[in-house]
Structure formats: C-alpha cells, structure tokens
Unconditional design. Structure first.
Length: 341
C-alpha cells in the first residue's frame, strides 16, 4: 500500500484525502491543518489522523477538543509521498520540509512551475513524473485544457489553440472575494497565464488564452477554438472526445444548459460535495468549419484536479503502473463515470 500524507485539508486536500482512501492500493496516513475548525473536526469524524501543521498552534487543537497524532513533521516522515494542498505559495515554503525527510511531494497548480521537477497531467505527460521528487499537478483550468487538447493533438493534429476562460469570481466559501458586481479582465494583458501553463505539460502546442472573472462561484467556462491540422467533421471530433474517460460530453436530451444544471446533475447522481471531476463539454457546441473546431466546456474548479493528484501519486511511487492503468483504477474507485468509454 502507498502511504499518503495530506498537508492541508481545505477545498482540495479533503477531496484528495477521500479519493486516496477509496483507492485499492493507497492509504491515508493522516492530514495536517494549521488550526482547528469545522474541516479539522470533519477530518477526525471521517477517521483521519490529524496533525498540527504549525507547532506553536498545536495546543489549540486540544483546547478545541480535537486530538492530534503529532506535528506535520511526523506525518511527512511516515509517508511514502505527501500531497501538499496548502494555499498558493505555502507549498514552495514547505519544500524544504519534504526534502529534509526525503519524501516525494505533490504540489497544486497555484504554485509556480519552478517549485517542482515536472508539471503533471495524467492524460498529457504521466511518464514525465516517474520517480520525480517534486511534482506540480497543474491548475483546474490547465488540467481541463490539457485533457481536451491531448486527444485532439493525437488524433487530428493541432495547429493553434485559442481559449477564452470565463472564470468564477471565487469558490462558494470564499466570501472574502465578494460580493462583486463586475466583469474583470484577469489579466488585462494577453495571453493569460493559462496558455504558458499548458505548455509546461504540452510544450509543443501553440496556444493563446484570455481570462475573465465573473460574479459566479459554481464553475469556470471555456470557449475554445482549435485550428486542426486537417478538415474534420464535427461528429468525428465528438466520437473522439466521447472515448476520453475524463471528458463528459453532455447529451442534449439531459437539458443541461448551464453550469448550475451541471452541478445539480452531479448532486442528483450522488456525487460527494456535488463534484464534477470531468470536463463538462456540451455536445451541441462541438462544431467545425473546415479545420476550425469550436466548443464550450465547463470546469469544476474545486474537484477536477483530484483524480490527477491520485494518478500523480502512482506516477511517483509505482514504476510498473501505466497511465492507462492508473486512470482506470482511479476512475473506478472514485466513480468517475460521466465521461468516455
């Protein structure tokens, strides 16, 4: 069994912990929190050993009635790999801790690419993370774009990608980012950081991206235009995308017309926390004009990187598992079943 420590038990960390626990070849050593709160309480309720991330605050957990198993250093020492799910910038500060205990670490997409030996997406470059000590799982938007671009590149060839990212203003719990009544170019300059980030996992694709922030919390929306290497019929593209296990081509008959509909569908399907782990691609939006492909896809920023973290754990620790085997195992264990065949 691969022993996994989770440093940071917030939006991403708690989801990764549950996903790891569901895997047949992994176990959660414990989770680290900086302070006691409802998430720390829930971690204990779910049976995870709780570790204090900051020694000077360790006493606060006992004062709140929460028992800890030790400090984060002990968690790192006991783990085969640590998933760092701390806020952006903190992961880079934690790198020295992981190196001290010679424990491989996974970082999230909010960190600069320089924090890691390799940036990772399971569909695009699984093998690049083999035996790496520091791996960065790219951001939610970069994950979504990489999942889409890779099969298009393999099957049709890609000359140019242009994507406009309409981004949520904040996660549902990020009340400090609102209330807002605005549409914000983010950044005003072109390209946004997302295109260069895609190039950290798919270096040879020509991509330009623009970003906007809007007053919403549910999901991001991508408007994508891809110039392919040859004229392609739209149905051929749809067939290719249907074969991708983390792309969900939304059937017109479902009546899912908005991101709110997509989230509601996930909740009705019994998804934990209403998570949509797949890219939600509107089948009706997939159209071609000669070599130009157009489509809309929605990305659930709280959860689409979760299966990628699980696959990255295997890439780092298991030399025998292929990308296809890992994705299949992860998907089956988590219930990633809205996507391809």
């Amino acid at each position: 069994m691969i022993r996994v420590g989770i440093n940071g038990y917030g939006t991403i960390g708690k989801r990764v912990a549950d996903a790891v626990r569901d895997q047949p070849d992994m176990e959660v050593v414990g989770v680290a929190k900086t302070r006691p709160n409802f998430e720390a309480e829930q971690a204990v309720e779910r049976g995870y050993d709780l570790y204090a991330a900051i020694e000077d605050r360790a006493h606060q957990f006992a004062e709140s009635g929460l028992e800890t198993a030790g400090l984060v250093d002990e968690l790192v020492a006991q783990s085969d790999v640590v998933v760092d799910a701390t806020p952006s910038g903190v992961g880079a500060e934690n790198r020295a801790l992981y190196e001290e205990y010679d424990t491989p670490a996974l970082y999230q997409g909010g960190e600069d690419a320089e924090v890691a030996d390799v940036s990772f997406n399971a569909r695009a470059n699984f093998d690049a993370a083999r035996d790496a000590d520091h791996v960065r799982v790219v951001s939610c938007n970069t994950t979504g774009l990489s999942r889409l671009i890779t099969p298009l590149k393999e099957q049709f060839g890609v000359e140019k990608v242009r994507a406009t990212l309409v981004r949520r203003g904040g996660d549902p719990t990020q009340s400090d980012r609102g209330p807002i009544n605005d549409i914000v170019p983010d950044p005003i300059t072109v390209p946004s950081h997302h295109g260069p980030d895609v190039n950290t996992v798919i270096p040879d694709v020509d991509i330009d991206t623009l970003g906007l922030k809007v007053p919403a919390t549910l999901m991001h929306m991508h408007s994508v235009n891809v110039t392919l290497a040859e004229d392609v019929d739209a149905e051929a593209v749809r067939d290719a995308l249907r074969g991708e296990p983390r792309l969900w081509l939304i059937d017109d008959s479902l009546g899912i017309e908005t991101t709110a509909d997509a989230k509601e569908y996930a909740m009705d399907r019994g998804r934990p926390r209403g998570d949509v782990w797949e890219n939600a691609v509107w089948t009706e939006s997939v159209n071609t004009e000669g070599r130009d492909l157009y489509l809309f896809e929605a990305i659930h920023q709280e959860s689409d990187v979760v299966p990628e973290n699980v696959d990255a754990i295997r890439a780092v620790t298991d030399a025998d598992t292929t990308a296809e085997e890992s994705v299949r195992t992860t998907n089956q264990a988590m219930g990633v079943d809205l996507g391809g065949e």
